[in-house]
Design a protein around this ligand. Structure first.
Ligand SMILES: [Zn+2]
Length: 294
């Protein structure tokens, strides 16, 4: 049995290593359902979503973790974000027509799909300053790029494995926390766990329960698996937020659009929800925002 749409923390008792393990099913399926992404693009998107879920575990307070890459290849932008409450959303933009049939239909490396690109990881706590780390994408595996980010920006040794199919995305991470142990003792223990960790297969990540994956990897270690947190697809767009974005465009441009098209129509890029505004609603919107401003 798989653990669907959950994130779980685990610890190795008596060590300073923590872990996270996640499986996305309907949350991932719902996000790609209406999008017509080629298979290879959907698979990479699944990995981004699984990674966002894993990284959201580092949020100690309400906020968002966002993983985004911009490239010069067929994918111009790919983004996944996950909130403290495990609400996920994401999007891919690009022109996939230049990919060959084989490149569309089978798993491809990050650089084939993104070209020359950079990966930005942004941690945005609601009540404090945001933090952003940027690393070049110099490896075909997203997991290796993220490991590099942890090494460079956060300076915490981290190992990540991501896997995805057309119906499921999965991720597992182990991370060495600052320790009171001697450096040699700590390195020895970390190397031992890394060796075991490196033996996981994508098929196991996609097919086994979290408990079975951890047993398969670490059956001789004392692993403590914590309660599952549920993940879901949730878009945080709203009519109110759309109004705020429209106000920044200025009333003249909006009234011009109304004249040409009868109304202003905005489609959310994440969930395709449509927000429509008539000329009267726009005028009211601006008179209200003026009241607030003065
Ligand atoms: Zn939306």
């Amino acid at each position: 049995m798989k653990d669907q749409d959950t994130l779980q923390r685990f610890l190795f008792d008596g060590t300073d290593t923590r872990g996270e393990i996640t499986t996305l099913a309907s949350s991932y399926q719902n996000m790609i359902a209406s999008k017509n992404y080629p298979t290879s693009v959907a698979l990479l998107f699944g990995e981004f979503l699984a990674a966002a879920s894993l990284l959201s575990s580092s949020l100690k307070y309400p906020g968002i973790v966002n993983i985004q890459a911009s490239g010069s290849g067929p994918i111009s932008m790919i983004m996944a974000e996950c909130s403290h409450g495990q609400k996920l959303r994401g999007i891919v933009r690009g022109n996939f027509d230049d990919l060959t049939y084989e490149q569309q239909s089978t798993r491809q490396g990050v650089s084939t799909l993104l070209g020359k690109s950079t990966l930005a990881i942004t941690v945005e706590p609601e009540n404090s300053e945001r933090y952003q780390g940027i690393v070049p994408i110099e490896n075909d595996e997203l997991s290796a790029c993220l490991e590099y980010y942890f090494e460079q920006s956060v300076q915490l040794p981290t190992k990540i494995r991501l896997a995805s199919s057309k119906t499921c995305a999965a991720g597992v991470l182990i991370q060495q926390m600052p320790s009171s142990q001697s450096v040699i003792e700590q390195q020895h223990e970390w190397q031992h766990l890394c060796t075991l960790f490196s033996t996981i297969k994508s098929s196991e990540q996609l097919e086994l329960s979290h408990n079975d994956q951890l047993y398969r990897l670490f059956n001789e270690e004392n692993v403590r698996l914590f309660d599952a947190q549920m993940l879901s697809y949730f878009c945080s767009c709203s009519r109110h937020r759309t109004e705020q974005a429209l106000v920044s465009l200025g009333i003249e441009e909006l009234l011009e659009t109304c004249k040409e098209q009868g109304q202003v129509s905005i489609t959310c890029q994440f969930c395709a929800e449509q927000y429509e505004f008539t000329k009267d609603q726009i005028t009211t919107m601006f008179s209200q925002s003026t009241t607030v401003l003065h």
